[in-house]
Design a protein around this ligand. Structure first.
Ligand SMILES: NC(=O)c1ccc[n+]([C@@H]2O[C@H](COP(=O)([O-])OP(=O)(O)OC[C@H]3O[C@@H](n4cnc5c(N)ncnc54)[C@H](O)[C@@H]3O)[C@@H](O)[C@H]2O)c1
Length: 373
């Protein structure tokens, strides 16, 4: 069974489709036979996966506009009559959020309200998946993984904006799409929280993989700002396959049980430090070195951040398929091939998706999934 196959023939409205995760998501949806409408600003980077993999060719309708343009967004959502809305558009960078907190709060909080309000205006059943982040949780320093019932918080503007986006979603759910009236309004609203995502085609500024690739290509040592920080690294296909499994569940069997927050982090024990990430990447690349450029005056970043994923594993045909080492090796292989053959972006993604699907098929044969449904 292909990832997202339950969405075959369904209409899916994706915000943020010109971004890194959005581009991979559109490729998955297209393979699954869904009809995709995309709504975003221009690709946030140059180069971008959206351009390199010609993702524009895979969407049936492409809107280049701001999610805070409520009139335009509402018209686009209405015209697409979506079975599922997947909201990924955001300002996703912590350091940029320190420089421009207002734009971050506006995009991530008001923007999320704007998307949910467009859904409210539809007056028809649909599944809604709002992508927030593992950083939405109020940090604690005891090393315990966050589970979905932990309180929202966030010390920096980006993290707080994602916590606030969660509260916006919860308020829309309680006020307009309450579980006890699901059969009347038909809107199933979930939020999804993933960790630090890596994979081919992410060129976002300030992300470690972007830094590593840029420095390796230039033959310079890779500067590492927080070598001891532990992050829940995961390949981009891990959370995306989780989001799609959730959407499939909503379509197959509408139920209040989908309408909550969901963690899609890496397997327990798989977290590694930024230093290890740099070392594994450099080894897979075949040459290079890294240097510690830790700045004691830099804004505080959460030291250890872990997600409990028991709920997703118990309730969905989903579980992590790639450990951090494998995710890093695949990402290094993607960039290393792309560096010599830039036309290969789409086929590199397709190859990663096929390999990932084989792992998922071995883990969840289709008869198991039907039995679970
Ligand atoms: N990449 C990660 O490690 C990671 C981890 C956890 C959560 N997330 C979340 O996943 C989502 C996608 O992240 P990404 O890494 O692909 O980011 P990205 O920067 O690559 O893509 C962001 C997308 O949002 C669009 N966008 C930004 N502001 C907009 C606006 N005002 N109106 C319309 N479109 C707008 C951009 O055009 C782009 O399509 C975000 O919500 C992010 O917070 C990402």
């Amino acid at each position: 069974m292909a990832i997202g196959e339950g969405l075959r023939g369904k209409r899916v409205f994706v915000t943020g489709h010109t971004g890194f995760k959005g581009s991979w998501l559109v490729m998955l949806l297209h393979r699954a036979g869904a009809h995709v409408t995309g709504y975003s600003l221009k690709p946030p980077t140059n180069p971008s996966l959206f351009e390199a993999a010609k993702v524009r060719d895979l969407v049936e309708s492409h809107h280049e506009a701001d999610i805070r343009d409520t009139a335009r967004l509402t018209a686009a959502v209405k015209a697409s009559q979506p079975d599922v809305v997947m909201h990924l558009a955001a300002q996703p960078l912590v350091r940029l959020s320190h420089r421009d907190p207002l734009e971050t709060f506006s995009t991530n909080v008001v923007g999320t309200a704007s998307v949910l309000d467009a859904v409210r205006g539809l007056n028809s059943p649909c599944g809604v998946i709002v992508v927030t982040s593992d950083k939405c949780y109020e940090p604690h320093d005891d090393g315990r993984p966050h589970d979905e019932s932990d309180p929202m918080g966030g010390r920096d503007p980006y993290s707080a904006s994602k916590g606030a986006a969660e509260l916006v979603a919860a308020a829309y759910r309680r006020s307009y799409f309450p579980s006890e009236r699901l059969t009347a309004h038909g809107v199933q609203l979930a939020t999804v929280r993933a960790g630090n995502v890596i994979g081919g085609g992410d060129w976002a500024e300030d992300r470690i993989v972007t830094d590593i690739v840029r420095h390796l290509v230039a033959g310079r040592p890779v500067p590492v700002r927080n070598p001891a920080a532990i992050r829940p690294w995961q390949h981009v296909l891990e959370p995306l396959s989780g989001y799609l499994a959730l959407a499939e569940g909503m379509l197959a069997e509408p139920s209040p049980r989908w309408c909550t927050g969901w963690n899609f982090g890496p397997a327990a024990g798989g977290d590694i430090t930024v230093r290890e990430l740099a070392e594994i990447f450099i080894k897979a690349w075949g040459s290079g070195s890294w240097e510690d450029v830790h700045d004691p005056r830099a804004p505080i970043e959460t030291h250890a951040l872990r997600l409990a994923i028991d709920k997703a594993i118990a309730d969905l045909p989903w579980r992590p398929q790639l450990d951090a080492h494998e995710a890093i090796r695949r990402t290094a292989a993607w960039f290393s091939t792309f560096t010599t053959a830039p036309t290969s972006a789409r086929s590199l993604c397709e190859a990663d998706i096929e390999a990932y699907e084989s792992l998922s098929k071995a883990c969840f044969p289709s008869d198991t999934i039907e039995a679970a449904g």
